[in-house]
Design a protein around this ligand. Structure first.
Ligand code: F0G
Length: 415
């Protein structure tokens, strides 16, 4: 169904077909936005179509995937072209202890750590690698704080395309690095930070390597399905707020686009407000929001939530649109607040990686400030699995006990 999607440059306005072998505008290197031909039906009929696929034929990868179920709004690709694990179908979770901590009764967490490589990145990567194969990419590359590289490595292996990843040396968790190496990507540890790595990856793109960072329009198309799927799971009743951690701002941009489309296609009649949460040491976007978005800031990033250790976010303008259109908010939370929220999420038996806990820390902060009422319906996205970054938790392991000392502990507990 080639031709159903047009790529439009947001900088110079040039348009291209969906067989473009570049991730950014070949004329000006601007960011491209995917625009799909409108689906044949809308409103209740479109909701019914998507709902019918939740229980549909278990044999087909595109029905089993929580991304390709929404294919009319993602990418029109032939069945046998799709590179799918499958992915998506992540759970909604509620826990009284986490609601009490955040200060809202109706708090639902969408746990994207339940994706095949343990983060939400798989939703964008299934589309980006499907597209890479459609445009016959010789190789694919990305810069990453770890999750994108793990996901890229897995999906590139599945697609049979060589992959390269630029990572900031010594700044990504052992779990994410292990995944990336194990699935077979060529890892290039760079003496620099994520922002340096992204510059290098964009350089690699000029050599004909297909770039699959979130500047690639198809990544965003896949990540939109976090929103579509959560709306579907909530019976297409919009929550009041959707909270998410924000680094490079790809996800914030994808959420904005998803909500715009869901509203204009009649999937929902009310748009939830977005709450993008940054780590205080990597919060140029929160700073700009507080000033009314008049300045584009860049900072030297520092936070223990390494997934969002980003000082010069690539999808800035799109994220400004997403926050503005949804009457959203952007806040910064300290590492102490992130790790306090993570401890509550972990002790409730849910668990997540540090960056993911920023969403709950952000909700807690806005409730405490009186901006979110305790009666609001809030969905918080947990972006990655607890095991992604075991180091930050294993640091608090107790000292080794002898057999006799362990028995002592047990006897004391048994009373
Ligand atoms: N949460 C996790 C677990 C992440 O890995 C990332 C980004 C984000 C949130 C922020 O999303 O960048 O779209 O604003 N990780 C990227 C990576 C940068 O390379 O894995 P964003």
């Amino acid at each position: 169904m080639t031709g159903a999607t047009v790529l439009r440059c947001e900088s110079c306005g040039a348009t291209y077909g969906d067989d473009l072998p570049h991730a950014t505008c070949p004329a000006c290197d601007g960011l491209l936005l995917a625009e799909h031909a409108p689906p044949a039906v809308r409103g209740a009929e479109l909701r019914a179509l998507f709902d019918s696929r939740v229980v549909a034929s278990p044999g087909s990868a595109r029905e089993r995937s929580g991304v390709w179920r929404f294919r009319e709004l993602v990418l029109h690709a032939a069945d046998d072209a799709i590179i799918s694990h499958p992915e998506g179908n992540t759970p909604l979770i509620t826990r009284p202890a986490i609601s009490a901590y955040a200060g809202v009764d109706d708090l639902v967490m969408k746990h994207e750590g339940h994706n095949p490589t343990g983060s939400f990145k798989d939703r964008g990567m299934t589309v980006a690698l499907t597209q890479a194969r459609r445009v016959k990419a010789r190789a694919v590359a990305c810069a990453s704080t770890g999750n994108t590289s793990a996901s890229l490595s897995a999906y590139a292996a599945h697609a049979g395309i060589p992959s390269f990843v630029f990572v900031p040396a010594g700044q990504i968790s052992a779990g994410k690095l292990a995944q990336t190496i194990a699935y077979g990507a060529r890892v290039l540890p760079i003496d620099g930070d994520f922002d340096d790595c992204l510059r290098l990856a964009r350089e690699a793109a000029t050599l004909g390597i297909y770039l699959v960072n979130s500047v690639n329009p198809f990544r965003l198309e896949g990540q939109k399905t976090i929103v579509f799927e959560l709306l579907q799971q909530l019976g297409w009743q919009s929550p009041d707020w959707i909270a998410l951690p924000a680094g490079n701002l790809g996800n914030t941009s994808a959420f904005g686009k998803a909500l715009r489309e869901a509203r204009s296609l009649g999937l929902i009649d009310r748009v939830p407000r977005l709450l993008a949460v940054q780590a205080a040491g990597a919060a140029p976007f929160a700073k700009a929001f507080a000033e009314g978005f008049v300045t584009h800031h860049r900072v030297r990033a520092e936070t223990r939530a390494t997934a969002i250790r980003i000082g010069d976010p690539a999808s800035w303008d799109r994220a400004v649109t997403a926050i503005t259109e949804t009457d959203g908010r952007v806040v910064a939370v300290s590492d102490e607040e992130i790790f306090a929220a993570k401890a509550v999420i972990d002790h409730a038996g849910v668990g997540c990686e540090p960056a993911s806990a920023a969403s709950i820390a952000g909700v807690q902060k806005l409730v405490a400030a009186g901006e979110i009422p305790s009666t609001a319906r809030v969905t918080a996205v947990l972006t990655g699995h607890l095991l992604k970054d075991p180091g930050t938790t294993a640091d608090s392991l107790p000292a080794t006990l002898s057999y006799a000392a362990a028995m002592d502990v047990l006897r004391r507990v048994a009373g």
